[in-house]
Design a protein around this ligand. Structure first.
Ligand code: AMP
Length: 143
């Protein structure tokens, strides 16, 4: 069965249109990055192209080419900002693969030795904590 068409009612499309708030850490003409509200580890960030696609499978190659350098930039800054031992990059395509929001995005998750990831998309983080994590990451991005 073919995948459904892009639906601009999804939550990231609303964030991109400024209809709902997000703890943004980075923005350029093509890409936005903001804190995941249900982080699987402190500093969990989502990197989101502004162009509409459900996921990797229907994205334009030139959109992907502009996305990955930002993923790298956020990953390097997050490693510093959160004193991480490593960074997990995740990206899900369609619900059976774990996708819950149907606008392409890449997860950047700081990891510490011996610390397991929390569950995916469960457990809302406190807004003040997210704001302080965003401030830390922005400071590392500014260096
Ligand atoms: P995925 O399952 O790959 O589609 O991931 C969607 C991610 O978006 C999950 O990690 C959720 O915690 C996160 N999320 C859902 N709503 C919001 C929101 N309003 N702002 C930031 N992150 C969100």
């Amino acid at each position: 069965m073919p995948d459904a068409a892009y639906d601009n009612g999804n939550i990231f499309s609303k964030i991109l249109r400024g209809e709902i708030p997000a703890h943004k850490v980075y923005e350029d003409s093509d890409v936005v990055a903001f804190m995941d509200v249900m982080p699987q580890a402190p500093g969990h960030t989502l990197v989101v192209p502004k162009a509409a696609s459900r996921n990797l499978l229907d994205a334009d190659a030139d959109v992907l080419a502009r996305l990955l350098p930002v993923v790298q930039k956020i990953a390097i800054a997050a490693k510093t900002a959160f004193g991480a031992d490593g960074i997990t990059i995740m990206q899900f395509n369609e619900a059976p693969a774990g996708q819950t929001v149907f606008h392409l995005h890449v997860h950047v998750i700081p990891r510490h030795e011996g610390v397991a990831l929390k569950s995916h998309a469960r457990g809302m983080e406190n807004g003040d904590v997210l704001a302080s994590h965003a401030a830390k990451l922005k400071a590392a991005l500014a260096v």
